[in-house]
Design a protein around this ligand. Structure first.
Ligand code: GDP
Ligand code: IMO
Ligand code: MG
Length: 426
């Protein structure tokens, strides 16, 4: 019986998960997305093409691997259809390589409207949601009102859809917000998306996953967002509405915790965040601007500018603990080339006291980062293939992180392309 390897983000998302899933698909038979929805944007770059996936797992470009959209995922049929259409020119035989859990919940057009109304009504306190309807869909899931993929096979599907839509339209009247929308147009896209979804096998995913494990298949679970956006453990309320941490893989795929094998923790060499919420190490100077420009830090889903800052090791330690990370993968090391002094946050000043853990609140007024300074490097890393070519300062940066987090780093990424990856150890 095989174990499931787990790959997830350790920060506020966009760490580079998609790129690594794509690379690791070579060594796996099944890639399974376990939570989130089209709020995710996972970027893959190879053969001169850039692909951004939202709902479809990042193993889809490989010939052999099967891709699963797990029960923990929320699916917007209209976005799913667009994703499928974007992939058509690449002749991927997608209908044979992608299966969908019957238990996954559907994002209705009215979920998106509620998301928008909720954000507008919050004013300055808005979450900075991607407005994909994620929060309202998970609310309906936990509120036991949601519609699932399997419901489409049910004779009362249309009645169920209409009942939920009516409920949402009623709810919308309670927000004192005027939204412009054309329901007919939204529903047209939704039902066209439903037809696209129906071209794929719907599966009883617990049975599927357990059979794959029994057949000794190599399985990689693909996380979306990042640990600091977790509904329970993130910077609440500025989080997403699912468990983005390791526990979410068990509930999002129906696999027991003792079946988890390696836990690959993906981190950027610095920190970014898109949307609102506290960010202790955020930079507001020219270094932050330089990182944003060189790192091309614009959201893959919304195009919004990502906020950039120094590496926060206190927050990373928290993420490593929560997820049981067994291997660290550091992305975007190339972006830090050319900065003389690199700061890393190694403790916080919280209410006047120095602390080493991630506290209840990391609000800016209560908490300031305490930095350790490390020497930067100037070498262009984009062509580096072996760790022996790394500048000594980068090796020191890596070793400092490993020591602080007490986890081995196994890969360093030095550019967006599939080939720009350096293996540190076997
Ligand atoms: P994900 O959501 O975790 O899959 O990450 P995103 O795709 O949203 O954001 C990561 C961005 O960084 C994408 O534009 C990637 O193409 C890019 N990227 C990934 N790894 C590297 C790297 O090592 N260096 C550079 N410069 N860009 C990278
Ligand atoms: P990937 O998988 C970065 C952020 C949003 C917002 C908050 C809530 O590409 O790493 P939501 O739409 O979920 O209600 O938004 O979470 N967010 C992400 N930030 N990467 C993501 O996904 C994100 N998905 C959601 O910006 O602050
Ligand atoms: Mg992303």
């Amino acid at each position: 019986m095989s174990k499931i390897n787990l790959l997830l983000g350790l920060q506020w998302g966009d760490e580079g998960k998609g790129k690594i899933v794509d690379i690791f698909t070579e060594q796996h038979d099944v890639i399974a997305r376990f939570q989130g929805g089209p709020n995710a944007g996972h970027t893959l770059v190879f053969n001169g093409h850039k692909h951004v996936l939202h709902t479809i797992p990042s193993g889809i470009f490989h010939d052999k691997a099967m891709n699963i959209i797990g029960n923990g995922v929320v699916i917007d049929p209209s976005i799913f259809k667009k994703e499928i259409e974007n992939l058509l020119p690449f002749n991927l035989n997608i209908t044979e390589k992608l299966v969908i859990s019957r238990n996954a919940h559907l994002i209705l057009p009215t979920h998106r409207l509620i998301d928008a109304a909720s954000e507008v009504s919050k004013g300055k306190a808005k979450i900075g949601s991607t407005l994909k309807g994620i929060g309202p869909t998970y609310m309906d899931k936990t509120g036991r009102n949601g519609l699932r993929v399997g419901d489409m096979e049910h004779p009362e599907w249309m009645e169920k859809y209409i009942a939920l839509k009516e409920k949402h339209l009623n709810l919308l009247t309670h927000y004192n917000v005027k939204l412009d929308y054309d329901m007919q147009e939204l529903e047209k896209a939704f039902f066209e998306g439903i037809e696209t979804l129906k071209q794929f096998p719907f599966i009883d995913s617990v049975q599927y996953m357990h059979q794959a494990m029994a057949e000794d298949k190599k399985i990689l679970a693909e996380g979306a967002q990042g640990t600091l956006l977790d509904i329970d453990f993130g910077t609440y309320p500025f989080v997403t509405s699912s468990n983005t941490s390791a526990a979410g893989a068990c509930t999002g795929l129906g696999v027991p915790p003792n079946q988890i094998g390696e836990v690959f923790g993906i981190m950027k060499a610095y920190t970014t965040r898109v949307g609102s919420g506290p960010f202790p190490t955020e930079l507001f100077d020219e270094i932050g601007e330089k990182i944003a420009q060189i790192g091309n830090e614009f959201g893959s889903t919304t195009g919004r500018k990502r906020r950039c800052g120094w590496l926060d090791l206190v927050a990373l330690k928290y993420a490593v603990q929560l997820n049981g990370v067994t291997q660290l993968l550091m992305m975007k090391a190339d972006v830090l080339s050319g900065i003389d002094i690199l700061k890393v946050c190694t403790s916080y000043k919280y209410n006047g006291e120095e602390i080493n853990h991630f506290p209840f609140s990391i609000d800016d007024d209560l908490l300031q980062p305490v930095y350790t300074e490390l020497k930067g490097w100037h070498k262009d890393l984009s062509e580096v293939k072996e760790p022996s070519e790394f500048p000594a300062e980068l090796m020191e940066y890596i070793q400092f992180i490993e020591k602080y987090l007490n986890v081995k780093m196994t890969y360093v990424s030095v550019g967006p392309d599939r080939k720009q990856i350096v293996k540190l150890m076997s």
